[in-house]
Design a protein. Structure first.
Length: 375
């Protein structure tokens, strides 16, 4: 069997990690797969097929958080300790991955990050066939330059949507890079579905500026002013949590907005099942798996129509709604109309679950095998 080496930063938690491990598990019947993880965080949140080998290049992880905490607490001893550790990690982490790329015995090198694509382009001295997958979509001149400087030596670039494909083809024009569209996948379609009678909205993700939860709360304020029985659940944690909770308090929404913090996957599922509509107000998205996960539980979605991401998943007025970017009044109006119409809720719930079936492994696997080839 062909050997695929998947280059990753770590195997702890995160969307890239979850999707890459799911893909590797799906392909384990057909390929000899080894995951090359730069850091070893001593735990993995996702199940890995026992046939997949895992190699850690460093027996440690990034200590950025520990170093910041030491500085914040003015703990000189730990500032020095974590500072020296940080210098060591920074000095060797790239060398470790470059050395692996130079001496790899794989038949295919698979990069999950743009920095590893750049290393492959520069240091793949054996000319091993290479693939990189872009989990981001950042349409700026700066990122265009970064892509061009990083991916010139890659054979195949995998992106999530047609919009991304068109953009990267333009950016990489004149190179030999082949751009292919393969969406992320759902491991399964759950048997359960929301009963659409919970009077609850839900949103989930990192509580960081790009996810724009502050604007979500503003939208919910408009909804709340018209219907005080509707509630909002926000799943996740992050740097903006305190600021978001303060905003909720300022708007006197504390009885109707629930912050759950981080939840285990089974608890996220329970929260989704107790919801009627997923709401997304992100400033940008690539291919938001959370929308597919909501759909698979029969929960439709409403989102701002940012350049890519939601538009690849939501079928407007069929499985949810796409709203002109930052039109808070329109989003609130659509939410209210939806929440007050049980027949529309039921119809969209059925449609959303059915649409999610397009992303199961039996649909996605042939797309990967087509570009990976077989012995």
């Amino acid at each position: 069997m062909k050997k695929i080496a998947i280059l990753m930063m770590y195997l702890g938690t995160g969307g890239i990690e979850k999707q890459t491990i799911s893909m590797a598990n799906m392909l384990a019947d057909d390929y000899d797969i080894e995951i090359i993880s730069l850091y070893n965080f001593k735990y993995v949140s996702f199940d890995i097929d026992p046939r997949i080998k895992v190699r850690y290049l460093m027996n440690t992880g990034s200590n950025r958080k520990e170093f910041k905490n030491a500085l914040k607490n003015k703990d000189i001893k730990n500032v020095l300790k974590e500072g020296f550790k940080s210098l060591y990690v920074l000095s060797v982490k790239d060398l470790k991955m470059i050395n692996y790329i130079k001496h790899s015995d794989a038949d295919i090198l698979f990069s999950t990050r743009i920095e590893y694509a750049k290393m492959i382009s520069k240091y793949n001295i054996k000319h091993i066939p290479s693939i990189t997958q872009e989990h981001n979509y950042i349409d700026t001149p700066e990122y265009e330059k970064q892509v061009q400087e990083s991916m010139y030596g890659i054979d195949t670039l995998v992106v999530m949507s047609k919009v991304a494909s068109d953009t990267y083809k333009k950016w990489l024009k004149g190179t030999n890079v082949k751009v292919v569209t393969i969406p992320n996948m759902l491991n399964e379609i759950p048997i359960e579905s929301s009963n659409m009678k919970n009077n609850t909205l839900i949103a989930a993700g990192r509580l960081v500026p790009v996810k724009n939860f502050m604007e979500l709360i503003d939208v919910f304020k408009i909804v709340h002013d018209k219907d005080k029985t509707i509630t909002l659940t926000i799943v996740g944690d992050g740097e903006e949590r305190n600021k978001l909770q303060e905003h909720v308090n300022e708007l006197k929404l504390y009885n109707n907005v629930n912050f759950t913090g981080m939840l285990a996957p089974d608890d996220v599922k329970k929260a989704m099942l107790y919801s009627d509509l997923y709401v997304m107000t992100s400033l940008r998205e690539c291919f938001p798996m959370v929308l597919l996960e909501a759909n698979s539980l029969g929960v439709p979605a409403i989102s701002y129509d940012v350049k890519t991401g939601p538009v690849a998943i939501i079928k407007d007025s069929k499985t949810g709604y796409l709203i002109d970017n930052h039109n808070k009044e329109e989003m609130a109006s659509k939410i209210l109309n939806y929440m007050h119409n049980q027949s529309i809720k039921n119809m969209m719930s059925i449609n959303a679950k059915e649409e999610s079936r397009k992303y199961i492994p039996t649909k996605i696997k042939p797309l990967w095998i087509k570009i990976l080839g077989k012995d």
